[in-house]
Write a protein that binds this ligand. Structure first.
Ligand code: PLP
Length: 398
């Protein structure tokens, strides 16, 4: 018999699969061009040409055992980790070397390694609603308990006062995600300083360690010259999870890294534990070939202009119709107030007009919806009349 503990996942997953299947069914019935699928955060910009070139070069120039073999260290290739460290130092003025870096199976793998490394079963992790739906599952994987800090629905920045009240001696970590999925908000330096001050104060008061786990797969997707503060510069007990899934459009390659700053509590044990966590969780090491490719493409970037055009077209189009949207500062998601107030109902109505979007309830924040605008620009333009019809229908009901 299948483990009972997996059945809630299976049931939850069938809702996502139903959305996929619905998309395919709608495309078959109405034509792909008449279906507006904004459900997934799958990058629409192709991986830069340099990535494919680097794959060829790695295959032609590097030792076959190196590119296909097990890594000597479960934390990844030393030279690759060194290149990541140098890159971070160049951009952020940090002082890392290879020992601070653990190569991971994307940000998802990195978050699981970070939680296993830092959080014991029964301990608590705080996350600010709305948050990436998988955080709850990742916490559960390691027997940890995810506690949600309710959303500040005025700004969608973390509500630090409520967070402070929720911290107990069981609180071991706070997950933050900036640029944010699903809101597109970027946490500025002021906010990070206040967050760090609050956590330092609580650590002192409770005599515990409280880690920040900064989930940053969207770090480079920041518009209008916005900068994303690098967490380890503000807080010693900060671990950063990065991935190239979005920044180089490589989500299927499963490649990212964790940064453990030397200043963090119990650094030597933490870095050894993360190395072992990578192994015992079954990742063993991050994929070898693509580690070597990432090192060669360390300075490459995606075509953020394409996402920016989509951002503006969608925001202008929707607000002209009457929708209330958070203007995204980063990532490629628009966070929109559900007309009529009921997010699930709005998504169901949108589907009747061939629009596929995700209810805010899936991000612990009902009343809103997420529109992933990592799509072709014409999908946005062509979808606006349908968005207008759904708006009218929901406003009539609401
Ligand atoms: N964290 C957030 C906020 C995400 O949106 C995603 C993917 O969409 C991930 C983590 C997982 O990223 P990866 O593909 O690098 O595992």
């Amino acid at each position: 018999m299948t483990a009972k503990s997996m059945m809630p996942y299976v049931e939850g997953n069938s809702a996502i699969r139903a959305m996929f299947e619905e998309g395919a069914r709608l495309a078959e019935r109405y034509g792909k061009e008449n279906v507006f699928d904004f459900s997934l955060g799958n990058p629409s910009v192709p991986a830069p040409a340099e990535v494919n070139q680097a794959i060829k070069e790695v295959i032609e120039e590097e030792d076959s055992f190196l590119i296909h073999g097990y890594n000597r260290s479960n934390s990844g290739y030393d030279d690759v980790r060194g290149k990541v460290a140098q890159h971070l130092n160049r951009i952020h003025g940090t002082g890392f070397d290879a020992h601070n870096i653990v190569m991971t199976v994307g940000a998802a793998g990195g978050l699981n390694v970070a939680i296993k490394t830092l959080v014991d079963p029964g301990e608590e992790i705080l996350a600010f609603a709305p948050y990436f739906v998988e955080y709850g599952n990742y916490a559960k994987n390691h027997g940890a308990v995810l506690k949600e800090v309710p959303a500040d629905t005025v700004t969608f920045y973390p509500n630090l006062h409520v967070m402070e009240e929720m911290i107990t001696e069981k609180t071991r970590a706070v997950i933050i995600n900036s640029p944010n999925n699903p809101t597109g908000v970027i946490y500025g330096e002021d906010l990070i300083i206040r967050l760090a001050d609050t956590l330092r104060r609580k650590q002192y008061e409770l005599g515990t360690e409280i880690y920040i786990i900064a989930d940053e797969p969207y770090r480079e997707l920041a518009y209008d010259g916005a900068t994303v503060p690098f967490l380890t510069k503000y807080y010693d007990n900060a671990v950063v999870a990065y991935s190239w899934s979005k920044s180089l459009s490589l989500p299927g390659e499963r490649i990212g890294y964790l940064v453990f700053p030397g200043e963090m509590a119990d650094f030597d044990n933490a870095i050894d534990a993360a190395n072992i966590a990578n192994r015992v969780l079954g990742y063993v090491n991050a994929p070898s070939l693509i580690q070597r490719v990432a090192a060669r493409c360390i300075d490459c970037s995606t075509d953020i202009e394409a996402y920016d055009r989509n951002r503006k077209a969608l925001y202008n189009g929707l607000t002209e119709i009457g929708y209330t949207c958070v203007y995204p500062e980063g990532a490629f998601y628009m966070w929109v107030k559900a007309p009529g107030g009921d997010d699930r109902e709005f998504c169901a109505k949108a589907k009747e007009h061939n629009i596929l979007i995700v209810p805010g309830s899936s991000f612990a924040c009902p009343g809103y919806v997420r529109i992933a605008y990592c799509v072709a620009e014409e999908t946005i333009i062509n979808s606006l009349p349908a968005f207008e019809k759904v708006f009218a229908e929901c406003e009539d009901v609401g």
